[in-house]
Design a protein around this ligand. Structure first.
Ligand code: BG6
Length: 514
């Protein structure tokens, strides 16, 4: 087997520094990268191998992503060193190289081809993984240059970040470009939510247990909430974010994936294609948005300043009159036997009171209530909460008799937390999991071309509507709040409110009353 080389385009960027390098380092410390691997960073910044190593070494240290390496695996480090973390990071950084070229220009690719020959010691290296962590505008350009340079050999794989496309048409065009350069089995469209253990656990929870699946349909479920909110703003990503917005950044990929995991049918076998076929079926069953839905079932918002927090329009690289959404809530439906008539309320937002990603399944109420309810939190109906982050776990809410005379009931919770699992499991980092899957040639948790198009097909009318109606409502919400009040109206049709997890969650204090 020839030497493994991972080439990262966008090597000096934020994603590489904050996510990819810590993930690769954690794979390294776990002995899960191929023997003798190299990582070649590509970017326009003028690093040399040495300065790039220093930069990444500092980044790893400052992110304190430096899990103590298992000396057994740190093959080329001195395992006796007391400063094993530092030594591990140093040893890891010795595998890093850097080539300063402009990935948009074809000229640099001859240099890249030479550098790969040099690093691999082979004339035609093909154990290569290209990772596109660049601005999306380069996603269509880089594969064509790779092809011109003859770097699209059979063993090569390519990981492309999201958003894959800007709308349906551009996604189709990108798929066409990729198909002209690579075979589909070489293309890995990454959505890091699928790399999260807890996202994968939705499948295990549903399909490895007999008790919930019979209830998992329109007969027993009233509605489902899917929430992925964050308490940070757009940070230093203004340039990217303003042309993207919450719909393209979070909903078209991450949130709709979570809907698919919650709603899909069990595949007959757990293979990449069987699983991905079921995901596509969900996307193809999404109830098309009507003209009326575009107004009444979609609420978009943008954060306003509040206290010390800036408004979106005051952030760096954001025009003062930007109408980009930083919040979106939608009601969507799935037209199939299992889900007909069951709304999925989804929402995502920046500058919310807390960071939380969870799915709340609201079961139907009992047909008749014969007990009195005690306290503010009456057991209207059972709820199942699949918590992806933080405090990963599963909560089941149910009614229980209040001890004492009479027959009052109140709502209580049964609570499983992932950290009770114990055991010596490998790191749960989503990027690490997905990069490792790609190295091993397993595309299960990556998005197939038909899925990406089916998802855009559903959201396209909304994007077009906003484009054609720039004055369509965009509601302000003060930073640090739960978003525009208009989103409450949508869910109120179920006589319900959005589940608001408490602000400062701790393991023992989940779902505190607000
Ligand atoms: C990324 C988005 O894909 O996901 C970011 O581009 C967002 O805007 C991030 O902050 C959230 O991911 P996580 O894993 O931190 O919930």
């Amino acid at each position: 087997m020839s030497k493994f080389i991972m080439v990262i385009f966008g090597a000096s960027g934020d994603l590489t520094r904050r996510k990819l390098m810590p993930a690769l380092y954690s794979l390294y410390t776990g002995g899960r990268l191929p023997e003798g691997f190299s990582i070649l960073g590509i970017g326009r910044t003028g690093y040399t191998d040495e300065t790039y190593r220093e930069y990444m070494h500092d980044a790893l240290a400052s992110l304190s992503a430096t899990t103590a390496p298992n000396p057994e695996y740190v093959r080329d480090a001195s395992s006796s060193s007391s400063a094993s973390v530092r030594t591990g990071a140093e040893a890891f950084c010795n595998h890093l190289h850097y080539l300063s070229i402009d990935p948009a220009q074809t000229e640099g690719y001859t240099l890249l081809a030479h550098r790969l020959q040099e690093l691999s010691g082979e004339q035609e290296p093909d154990n290569l993984l290209f990772y596109l962590a660049t601005p999306p505008s380069l996603y269509g350009v880089i594969p064509l240059h790779l092809k011109t340079a003859g770097l699209n050999r059979h063993g090569v794989r390519i990981i492309v970040e999201k958003p894959f496309g800007y709308d349906l048409k551009s996604a189709q065009e990108l798929n066409r470009i990729y198909a002209s350069v690579f075979e589909e089995h070489q293309i890995y469209r990454i959505d890091h939510f699928l790399g999260k253990e807890t996202a994968q656990n939705i499948l295990a929870f549903r399909f490895a247990n007999g008790i919930f699946e019979p209830l998992w349909n329109r007969n027993y479920i009233e509605y489902v909430e899917v929430t992925a909110v964050e308490n940070i703003g757009i940070e230093q990503r203004g340039g990217f974010y303003d042309g993207t917005g919450a719909l393209r950044d979070m909903v078209q990929n991450h949130l709709i994936q979570l809907v698919a995991l919650t709603a899909m049918e069990p595949p007959a076998v757990f293979t990449a294609d069987a699983f991905r076929n079921e995901v596509v079926k969900v996307y193809e069953s999404l109830k098309p948005l009507t003209a009326e839905d575009l107004d009444s079932h979609v609420v978009r918002g943008q954060y306003l300043s509040s206290g010390a927090r800036k408004s979106y329009r005051e952030e760096k690289n954001i025009p003062g009159d930007s109408r980009t959404e930083t919040y979106i809530a939608m009601k969507i439906g799935i037209n199939n036997w299992r889900w007909s008539g069951v709304p999925f309320y989804i929402r995502t937002g920046k500058q919310m009171p807390t960071k939380v990603t969870e799915i709340v399944v609201h079961f139907r109420e009992t047909p008749h209530q014969m007990f009195r309810c005690q306290g503010a939190h009456c057991p209207r109906a059972n709820q199942l909460i699949l918590r992806l982050q933080p405090n990963e776990g599963i909560v089941l809410k149910f009614g229980m008799k209040v001890p004492g005379s009479g027959f009052d009931v109140k709502q209580v919770m049964m609570d499983f937390s992932y950290d009770q699992l114990g055991g010596d499991y490998p790191t749960g980092d989503a990027y690490a999991r997905l990069i490792e899957d790609c190295i091993q040639g397993d595309p299960t948790l990556f998005t197939r071309s038909d899925a990406v198009e089916a998802s855009w097909r559903f959201f396209d009318p909304l994007l077009r509507y906003w484009e054609e109606n720039p004055d369509a409502p965009l509601y302000g919400y003060p930073a640090g709040t739960w978003g525009p009040l208009e989103s409450e109206a949508m869910i109120r049709e179920h006589n319900a409110e959005w589940t608001q997890p408490c602000k400062n969650l701790t393991n023992t204090d989940r779902y505190c009353e607000l």
